[in-house]
Design a protein around this ligand. Structure first.
Ligand code: CAA
Length: 291
């Protein structure tokens, strides 16, 4: 089946980036969210981000106009039923994702491929609660989606080969590179990245370094574009904690124990850039370390 239309569930950080790259690659995109305000904000942000690509010569004004014309929004989840591929990018909570699939499934074409952008939840378990585990996959994008080259493809135990091959082709068409991961907690990227971020928080908690020295050490010492604490703020500390909990529970190994200081920041509502404060305070002109 040729995929031409894509439904994106969730207009947040990941959803708007996913809509952006699919529209630029020529797909018809239908994006949904529970809030009209979130949808309007997402469309405005996509416009701004594609404009940035135009100003840097990475896309033309015609590409931008065509892409924006291909993006439609709706508050009705059922409207996504007629799309060829659905990408769920809602909140990283299993109960939320399950409820969305339950509401969507009665409206979905029988051959639509259903995917989740989950960063850590079991694909096999999510798939088992749908009517199409063989057409269900993990489709994990990195943030910021328009910039990051990688997409992780995760097959559940029941995913069939045509579904996997269809997604390999989609990844090629959007100009990204796929890495295939088996369906174990947090897959590849977050299995490696999150323990590093968690260790950086332990390094801070134990006073080995402060926010500035830890981030400088990793940026200048290992050529990472962002220090681990800056990156944690960028990803969202609630997401980082949720992924550490999935690793800790799913692999039952104390080496994945979330740092108590990470828990403390999340309890304070200091979730990083999105709430204006995390390991840095973003409310002024320049980010200021909070420790
Ligand atoms: N849309 C389009 N283009 C964007 C963009 C966006 N949202 N954000 C940045 N860009 C573009 C800029 O236009 C710029 O393009 P050029 O190279 O053509 O100039 C380029 O990206 C770099 O941007 P900036 O110059 O503004 O900023 P920078 O050089 O500091 O880079 C960054 C920003 C790309 C985010 C870089 O800091 C970086 O790579 N950070 C690490 C990001 C990372 O590790 N992401 C993965 C997180 S893990 C994850 O997502 C998985 C998970 O499940 C948690």
């Amino acid at each position: 089946m040729a995929i031409q239309s894509v439904g994106v569930i969730g207009a947040g950080q990941m959803g708007n980036g996913i809509a952006h790259v699919f529209a630029l690659a020529g797909y018809d995109v239908l994006m949904t969210d529970i809030s009209q305000e979130a949808l309007d904000k997402a469309v405005a942000l996509i416009d701004k981000n594609i404009e940035r690509q135009v100003s840097r010569g990475k896309a033309t004004a015609e590409d931008k106009a065509a892409a924006m014309g291909r993006i439609k929004t709706t508050l009705k989840l059922a409207d996504l039923g007629k799309t060829d591929l659905v990408i769920e990018a809602a909140t990283e909570r299993e109960t939320v994702k399950q409820a969305i699939f339950e509401d969507l499934l009665p409206h979905l074409k029988h051959d639509t491929i259903l995917t989740s952008n989950t960063s850590s939840i079991s694909i096999t378990r999510l798939a088992s609660r749908t009517d199409r585990p063989e057409k269900f996959m993990g489709f994990h994008f990195m943030n910021p989606v328009p910039v990051m080259q990688l997409v992780e493809l995760i097959r559940g135990i029941a995913t069939d080969e045509p579904t996997y091959q269809a997604l390999v082709e989609v990844v090629e068409r959007i100009g990204k590179t796929a890495a295939s991961a088996e369906d174990f907690p947090a897959f590849i990227v977050n299995r490696i990245l999150m323990p590093m971020i968690n260790e950086a928080v332990y390094t801070l908690y134990e006073g080995v370094g402060n926010v500035k020295s830890i981030d400088s050490a990793m940026k200048l010492g290992t050529n990472h574009p962002m220090g681990p604490l800056e990156l944690a703020d960028f990803i969202g500390l609630d997401t980082c904690l949720a992924i550490m909990n999935v690793l800790h529970e799913g692999l039952a190994d104390t080496k994945y124990r979330p740092c108590p200081l990470l828990t403390k920041y999340v309890e304070a509502g200091w979730l990083g850039r999105k709430t204006g404060r995390g390991f840095y305070d973003y409310r002024g002109e320049e980010p200021v370390p909070t420790r």
